[in-house]
Design a protein around this ligand. Structure first.
Ligand code: R5P
Length: 232
């Protein structure tokens, strides 16, 4: 687990992660997201693999989820071997009432988007603090280092405030699992996530942004240990 996630464990996240893991059935190929909430789902799937003989294959979205899945005992495959997944489970940094989500707090959103769009069904797990009527958190934008200045200018032209994400235990910027930078870009309230997503995608040098519009089901872990499931 990263420093970011170490202090973030909670009963709500556990409840959501474990509830969503129950949607995984024998024989499925499963996208394994990144972060502290989906970690509960990954550990629970590992327990079922080890103790109940559940036969699944996982596709990871980051070095973090790869390490966790290996530790949990989940056999892994790749998108090259299994380009179509049965299901993907992942966390989110913020999610609105229409199930638009902002992801990438752990800089893993590019692979997370590729994996989740490769899945027939995409489940997001979150505690109540992540839900919001509208999206207003900064959108992580993964950029090719060569294009940092151009992308910064273009995001400002869209009304955003891009900030280069700096590493905590390394001097200089965060380097993603793909070798790129992250520009955390605030747009205050995002009234039209689809439109902003499209505009960000067309900037040369943007690898991927953290606005997700493909969430099928949201599992919200509550303080009382219950889980609310919201479907699109
Ligand atoms: O890049 C990281 C991912 O998008 C995570 O799924 C997201 O940041 C949520 O993480 P957590 O469950 O730790 O809040």
């Amino acid at each position: 687990m990263t420093e970011r996630n170490k202090s973030a464990d909670s009963a709500e996240k556990r409840a959501a992660g474990i509830a969503a893991s129950r949607a995984v059935e024998p024989g499925m190929v499963v996208g394994l997201g990144t972060g502290s909430t989906v970690a509960y789902a990954i550990r629970e799937l590992g327990r079922r693999v080890r103790e109940e003989g559940l036969e699944i294959l996982g596709v990871v979205t980051s070095y973090q989820s790869e390490m966790l899945a290996i530790e949990a005992g989940i056999p892994l495959t790749t998108l090259a071997q299994h380009p179509e997944l049965d299901i993907a489970i992942d966390g989110a940094d913020q999610i609105d009432s229409n199930l638009y989500a902002i992801k990438g707090g752990g800089a893993a959103h590019t692979r997370e988007k590729i994996v989740s769009i490769s899945a027939k069904r995409f489940l997001v797990v979150a505690d109540e603090s992540k839900t919001s009527l509208q999206l207003d958190k900064a959108v992580p934008v993964e950029v090719l280092p060569f294009a940092k200045e151009l992308v910064t200018k273009k995001i400002r032209n869209l009304g955003g405030k891009p900030e280069l994400r700096l590493a905590l235990r390394k001097d200089g910027p965060v380097i993603t699992d793909n070798g790129n930078f992250i520009l955390d870009s605030s747009f205050c309230v995002i009234n039209d996530p689809e439109s902003l997503a499209l505009k960000l995608s067309t900037i040369p040098g943007v690898i991927e942004h953290g606005i997700f519009s493909n969430v099928d089901e949201l599992y919200i872990g509550k303080k009382d240990g219950s889980v609310e499931i919201v479907k699109k």
